[in-house]
Design a protein around this ligand. Structure first.
Ligand code: ADP
Ligand code: MG
Length: 315
């Protein structure tokens, strides 16, 4: 049996009312999925897909139109207090009072959550996000990366079993992205269930145990990362020939065969129906001499493009 859900979302709908020039918007269209306990779960989707809307409903910042959500078994309508205590949310935007120190930021947040003084662990948390030496610095003197790490510590003051990060690495440089990935992995290794939203496929593929894809407010996939990547059906073999081919090799299992250079051809095939050996045999059967061969692996991007190109935006 699967472990119980850290978060369970059922038939969630959010329709934003029209305001000013903005028309009404169906931001979430009957979304249901579970986040298993103990995982790093990625909510992946292009900008405007509805990711932040979903996170903000869990955070109590946006009112859902209909549907239900449970956090650690607590319904967000019926058991608001326990639901809130079970989750830590790291918003995308960085907002701090510049005159508080990281230590004070965490103490204030602990106060908001009613964590008794003796149970607070601000210094320990600062250590966990590698900011121990900045405990008494002003928040305004921290670098962007340090501020992001402080936000993560802030979301952890009440020791929630689940932490949600909304686009933790949007617009950050490669170095900081790697730092944040490490931190997320460390937290998860320590037993925290992590949900993160991202529009970076590579990030989801590298970091997440499971990925749900959302597009135009609809859930279009929800699978273990490996299975999702496995869904990529197409593979490509790039062949360099010893001469200019007169005719392109064809075979029933080829989806496409095209000339990409004077002596190179690219053959796309369905990996369930053929393999690289068969492809090369078909090339040689046409009397073409092979000088070099490379294959291109399918990745999450192939699946993503395939799935999202099929989905239509709702009216
Ligand atoms: P994502 O986080 O995936 O980029 P959002 O949840 O922010 O997507 O937005 C989903 C859709 O809802 C977008 O089309 C966005 O313009 C719209 N939207 C977001 N917030 C509001 C709002 N407060 N009022 C009206 N429309 C909104
Ligand atoms: Mg967003």
């Amino acid at each position: 049996m699967e472990s119980p859900a850290a978060i369970s979302i059922n038939n969630l709908v959010k329709r934003y009312a029209p305001a000013g020039n903005a028309p009404a918007k169906l931001a979430l269209n009957d979304v249901s999925f579970d986040v298993p306990q103990g995982q790093i779960f990625g909510l992946l989707g292009p900008n405007g897909a509805g990711k932040s809307t979903l996170i903000n409903i869990l955070a109590g910042l946006v009112m859902k139109t209909s549907g239900t959500a449970e956090i650690w078994g607590f319904d967000i309508d019926k058991d608001i207090r326990n639901a809130k205590r079970s989750i830590g949310i790291v918003p995308q935007e960085i907002v701090f009072d510049p005159f508080f120190t990281p230590f004070e930021v965490l103490e204030n947040q602990a106060g908001l959550y009613g964590v008794p003084k003796a149970a607070r662990k601000s210094l320990e948390l600062l250590g966990q996000v590698h900011l121990a030496d900045k405990a008494q610095a002003y928040a305004r003197t921290l670098s962007g990366g340090m501020k992001r790490r402080l936000l993560i510590a802030k979301a952890l003051v009440h020791t929630p079993p689940v932490i949600v990060l909304d686009e933790p690495t949007a617009g950050v440089d490669v170095e900081l992205r790697r730092q944040l990935w490490e931190l997320v992995s460390e937290l998860n290794a320590g037993g925290v269930t992590v949900v993160l939203t991202t529009h970076y496929l590579e990030e989801a593929e590298q970091l997440c145990d499971r990925i749900a894809i959302i597009n135009h407010g609809q859930l279009i996939a929800n699978k273990p990362t490996r299975e999702l990547v496995e869904m990529a059906r197409e593979k490509v073999v790039v062949v360099t020939l010893d001469g200019d081919p007169d005719t392109l090799p064809m075979h029933p299992a080829f989806l496409k065969s095209e000339k990409t250079g004077e002596r190179t051809i690219e053959i796309t095939y369905d990996k369930d129906r053929s393999n690289a050996g068969e492809v090369l045999a078909a090339v040689q059967a046409q009397g073409l001499g092979i000088i070099d061969v490379t294959t291109r692996e399918a990745d999450l991007e192939d699946v993503f493009v395939h799935l999202t190109s099929a989905a239509k935006e709702p009216a």
